[in-house]
Structures are given as structure tokens and as C-alpha cells.
Design a protein around this ligand. Structure first.
Ligand SMILES: Nc1ncnc2c1ncn2[C@@H]1O[C@H](COP(=O)(O)OP(=O)(O)O)[C@@H](O)[C@H]1O
Ligand SMILES: C=C(OP(=O)(O)O)C(=O)O
Ligand SMILES: [K+]
Ligand SMILES: [Mg+2]
Length: 571
């Protein structure tokens, strides 16, 4: 028999088309009934009008083709390879830099499981970044990937200049180096004297004091301030190491971070605004804001984006990397569309031993508030130079996966390291293994998920998703299906971190790319109607023809058009 009994739980509310979203509804009546056994028409790709897009081999169908379904080539391969109950849930972000900006290198990362490509506006020119964006878009179009693009702003941090073209400089113990606010232009004749580093913050020489400790890259190299001469600050190296172009600088006095005038620098600098305009014009999917201090800046940016691009849905990610961002954590996360635990700078602003608990707190709060969260920086730092990670790095990655963060991020490992693909493979295999272990052992601690919706209709959606996820675990279903136009219902299911994967069907490519950042979601683009029966039948036939599901698989379907939970076997 091709169809088993299907249980249909429906909340009797007016049809979704009649409900403007965010309108309070009258309390729903719950009706539980057993639907009659139905025999669905057995549709095969060959016998139906519905042609599948085979993006990998041919030209992709136009996104508006109503009869097509799009899933990215890698999710499809991973689903088949791992079997969908154990396909990867943790998403992977790779920073693109000189080591990975070529088309083939980007393709290798996409094949390796990169869900989001990050460009860091702190480095490179806008033209350089534009080319990377174009390559990623071409890759998506020609090869059937759905890699999203995240632009990360430079922010008003204090950092060194670009070492006049040198890729690095070695600072040895006891050496005297000069940090100067004088601008040495690598193209002009004003070559700086030896061991002189330009600092981008005008107030630097005035703000530091003799005896201050100067930390490069959060302590990778350390200096002590020994003399101030006009714009120049002479420092003695106390912890030797490699200085990298545009490395971040912090200064400490009596064991605490100095936050004087530099704390007054705007979160979004004038250069950042130009970069943001660039990002909007290029249609990036995410903009990550560095050194967020309060919720206002996020709200401000979001209204700027909305005014600039009426139909754009760029998500704003708040980078948590300062003391202020920890102080105002909840309001910042509430205002943003997601957050990043930016451990690089965070570890330079708070004592290192406080970073792990801050990470745990941020990851947990993001899940409670239903915002995706990325754990970033130094996950596999040694792989910049070596082909295998340290045991400690593997343990760190495992911990982020165990905390059920939405995504893990590579920085230097993929931007300028020697083994970008190997680093990505490590993230992928560790994620898969830890996720499986945790599922098998049912080790995860139950998390209280508070209600986040402000409207009654949103609260209904939350209850439906919480119940559907619980049913999915208890009934051990193979997959959850969610039909969602805005992606909201999909995120609510993802928040529950269910045991089975979540197939998220959405109508636009941009929502699909954004869902790529969220835990456990396998986003598909599909045109669907308000008729769930026909949506389900079409989806079943399209996915079966693609060998992504088979007759007898047990699925639970929810949608944001119809407040219902349906449990059924694939016919
Ligand atoms: N677009 C780029 N051009 C040149 N180098 C880059 C680029 N992006 C990243 N890098 C290199 O990769 C390193 C790690 O990247 P990331 O962590 O994003 O930056 P940062 O170290 O400034 O926080 C950078 O320090 C820089 O050396
Ligand atoms: C991700 C981070 O930000 P950036 O690489 O831009 O400094 C960080 O500080 O950890
Ligand atoms: K940055
Ligand atoms: Mg940072």
C-alpha cells in the first residue's frame, strides 16, 4: 500500500489567506481526526508534467518555474551520502581570502559543505570583494549551489596598517618598535623607518600612557609602551610573534582594557557605511556588524537597509566581541537577526578564561530568542599552517556542536591558510560525528524555550512547531516538512533542534539562502499554493523522483499558511 494512515491535527482557524500576518486570532479549536486512507496519484517524473531541475548537469531552470524544486547540489549529495536521518545539521561559514578567492577554490569549498561565504571588509578592496561575490553567484547559478554571502564590516576598531605590502613581520623579544599615527602610504615615497607600524586611530598617541601593555591580535604579540614622541609611541616587545597586516590592537593598563576615547568611536564608521551601501547594491544575504555596543545601532541599520532596498531581506548579524555587547546582550540579540560569538576580539576584551562561558551564554540565549548563532575564530587555528588539527581544536569544535550552535566559522584557516579544504573537512566530519553521538545517547539537555512571538498568530506558530518537533522525536519520524514563505516557521522548528532533519520549502531564492545559516534546515525552493494537499503531493513526487525520500518514509508537515500538523507516510 502506498499510503498509510495519516493523522491530521488541525487547528480550526480562518484560512491563512484571510489572516494578515501579525493579526491576533480568536482562540483556535483543536480537532483531532484520522483522515481517510487516501491513495495518492503515483507521479513519476517521466509521467508527469513536473520536470526536475538538474542544476548540476544542465542549465538551471528559471527560479520562477513553478514546477521545479531546487535544492543545492551539496545538501542533496550529503542527504544521499549520510541518509537523511544523519545528514549534517551544523552549518559552515568560510571566510574568503587570498587562499580561496579563485573560482575553483570557491567551488572546492562549496563541495566541501560551505553554506555561507564571508567576506571581511577589513581586508582587500571593494573591487576584490565584488569579484568574489560574482564568483559565488556564478557558482550557485552554474553548479547548483546555494551559498549565501555574508559581508562583515571593519568597524571602528584600532588596528595596524598594512605593513607596506609585506605579508608579515616578526617581532622579537626586547626589540623596540614604533607605533605611529603618521600615515605611511605604501604607494608614496614616505617609506617608514624600520620597525615602524602605522596605527589607524588618530587619538592613539594621546590616549596611551607609559607602562601600558599593547596587545596585537588579542595577545598573539605583546609590547610595553616605553616612550611617547609626538605622533610616535615607542614600545618594547615583551611577547614575540608574527605581526600580520591590519592586526587588531588593544591597550591594557593595570590589568584592564583601556576604553577611553576609543570607546566613543562609532560602531559603524563612515567607511563601513560605504561598505554597507556596497553590500546592499550587491545583494548580500547577511551583513555582520563588528563591535556592536547596543541595540540602537542594529535597529538603525535595519531601518537604513529597509529604506534602501524595499524588497531586500538582508539579515543583520550582531558580532558579540566587546564588553558592551556582553552587557547589552539580550537587547542586541533581540534587535538583530542573528549573532556571532566573535571570539577573536572578545578574547582581547575579556580575560581568555571567561570566553567559554560567554560563548555558552550567547549560544543559549540566541536559541531561546530564536536567532541563529555562529561560533567564530580560532576553531582550527593551527590548520593555517598544518594539515591536521590539534586534539584541543577538535575538542573546541565538538563543544560548539554540542552546544548546538547554528554554525561554525573558519577565518584565517580558509582566508589565508595552507589547508582551507582540509579545515572544512574537519569541521564537517566533527559536526557529523558529534551530532550523531548526541542523538544516539540523547545527551542533550532539554532547554526551556520561552515564547518569542508578539502576536497571537505567532504564538500559535510556536506551539505548533514545539509540538511538531516533540512529536517528530517521539514518533521517530524521518523528516519534518515546513512550507514557509518568510522562513519564520522553519526557524521555529530549527530552534527545537529536533532529532530528524527539517526540509524547509520556501518560494524565494533569497529566503532559501538565508535559511542556510540555521541549524538542521535543508532549504528547498519550491513554488507552492495555499492548498497543502496539493503541495504535499507535488513535493512527494518531486523528492521521490530525485531519490531524496521513498515510499513509506514517515514525515510531519507544518506550514505557515495553514495552522496544522500532519503526520503521514510518503505514498
Ligand atoms: N580579503 C582579504 N584579503 C587579504 N587577506 C585577507 C582577506 N580576508 C582575510 N584575510 C587574511 O585572513 C586573516 C584572517 O581573517 P579574519 O579573521 O577575517 O580577519 P582578522 O584577522 O582581521 O580578524 C586576516 O588577518 C588576513 O590576514
Ligand atoms: C570574527 C571576528 O571578527 P574579525 O575577524 O572581523 O576581527 C572576531 O573577532 O572573532
Ligand atoms: K571585520
Ligand atoms: Mg573581530
Amino acid at each position: 500500500m502506498s499510503v498509510s494512515h495519516s493523522l491530521h491535527l488541525r487547528l480550526l482557524t480562518p484560512p491563512a489567506t484571510a489572516i494578515p500576518t501579525h493579526t491576533p486570532l480568536s482562540p483556535p479549536t483543536v480537532l483531532l481526526r484520522r483522515a481517510p486512507v487516501r491513495r495518492l496519484p503515483s507521479l513519476r517524473a517521466s509521467s508527469s508534467q513536473e520536470m526536475l531541475v538538474s542544476e548540476k548537469n544542465g542549465a538551471p531552470a528559471a527560479p520562477s518555474d513553478p514546477s521545479s524544486i531546487e535544492v543545492d547540489a551539496v545538501s542533496e549529495a550529503e542527504l544521499k551520502e549520510n541518509g537523511f536521518r544523519s545528514t549534517r545539521r551544523t552549518k559552515l561559514v568560510c571566510t574568503v581570502g587570498p587562499a580561496t578567492c579563485g573560482f575553483e577554490q570557491l567551488e572546492a569549498l562549496a563541495v566541501g559543505g560551505m553554506n555561507v561565504a564571508r567576506i571581511n571588509m577589513c581586508h582587500g578592496t571593494r573591487e576584490w570583494h565584488k569579484e568574489v561575490i560574482e564568483r559565488v553567484r556564478r557558482l550557485n547559478h552554474e553548479k547548483g549551489f546555494a551559498v549565501a554571502i555574508m559581508m562583515d564590516t571593519e568597524g571602528s576598531e584600532i588596528h595596524m596598517g598594512d605593513l607596506c605590502g609585506a605579508s608579515s613581520a616578526k617581532a622579537d623579544d626586547g626589540e623596540i618598535w614604533t607605533f605611529s599615527v603618521r600615515a605611511f602610504d605604501s604607494n608614496s615615497n614616505s617609506t617608514p623607518p624600520q620597525r615602524t607600524i602605522n596605527v589607524n586611530y588618530e587619538g592613539f598617541a594621546e590616549d596611551v600612557k607609559l607602562g601600558d601593555e599593547l596587545l596585537v591580535d588579542g595577545g598573539m604579540v605583546r609590547f610595553e609602551v616605553i616612550q611617547k614622541i609626538g605622533p610616535d609611541v615607542k614600545c618594547r616587545c615583551t611577547d614575540p610573534g608574527l605581526l600580520l597586516p591590519r592586526a587588531n590592537l588593544t591597550f591594557w593598563r593595570n590589568g584592564s582594557l583601556v576604553r577611553e576615547r576609543n570607546a566613543m568611536l562609532p560602531t559603524i564608521s563612515s567607511k563601513d557605511w560605504l561598505d554597507i551601501d556596497f553590500g546592499i547594491a550587491e545583494g548580500v544575504d547577511f551583513i555582520a556588524i563588528s563591535f556592536v555596543k547596543s541595540a540602537e545601532v542594529i535597529t538603525h541599520l535595519k531601518s537604513y537597509i529597509a529604506a534602501r532596498s524595499r524588497d531586500s531581506d538582508i539579515s543583520v548579524i550582531a558580532k558579540i566581541e566587546s564588553i558592551d555587547s556582553l552587557k547589552n546582550l539580550e537587547e542586541i540579540i533581540l534587535a538583530a537577526d542573528g549573532a556571532m560569538v566573535a571570539r577573536g576580539d572578545l578574547g582581547a576584551q575579556i580575560p581568555l578564561e571567561q570566553v567559554p562561558s560567554a560563548q555558552q551564554r550567547i549560544v543559549q540565549l540566541c536559541r531561546q530568542l530564536n536567532k541563529p548563532v555562529i561560533v567564530a575564530s580560532q576553531l582550527l587555528e593551527s590548520m593555517i599552517e598544518y594539515p591536521t588539527p590539534t586534539r584541543a581544536e577538535v575538542a573546541d569544535v565538538s563543544e560548539a556542536v554540542r552546544q548546538r550552535a547554528d554554525a561554525l566559522m573558519l577565518s584565517g584557516e580558509s582566508a589565508m591558510g595552507q589547508y582551507p579544504e582540509k579545515a572544512l573537512t574537519v569541521l564537517r566530519s566533527v559536526s557529523l560525528r558529534i551530532e550523531r553521538w548526541w542523538r544516539e545517547e540523547k545527551r542533550y539537555e532539554a532547554m526551556l524555550l520561552p515564547s518569542v512571538g508578539s502576536y497571537f498568530s505567532e504564538k500559535i506558530s510556536e506551539e505548533i512547531c514545539n509540538s511538531a518537533a516533540k512529536m517528530a522525536n517521539n514518533l521517530e519520524v524521518d523528516a519534518l516538512f515546513v512550507y514557509t514563505k518568510t522562513g519564520y516557521m522553519a526557524s521555529l522548528l530549527s530552534r527545537c533542534r529536533p532529532d530528524c532533519p527539517i526540509f524547509a520549502f520556501t518560494t524565494t531564492s533569497s529566503v532559501r539562502r538565508r535559511l542556510n545559516l540555521q541549524w538542521g534546515l535543508i532549504p528547498f525552493r519550491l513554488s507552492f499554493t495555499d492548498d497543502m494537499e496539493s503541495n504535499l503531493n507535488r513535493t512527494f513526487s518531486l523528492l521521490k523522483a530525485r531519490n531524496l525520500i521513498k515510499s513509506g518514509d514517515l514525515v510531519i508537515a507544518v506550514s505557515d499558511m495553514l495552522q496544522s500538523i500532519q503526520v503521514m507516510n510518503v505514498p
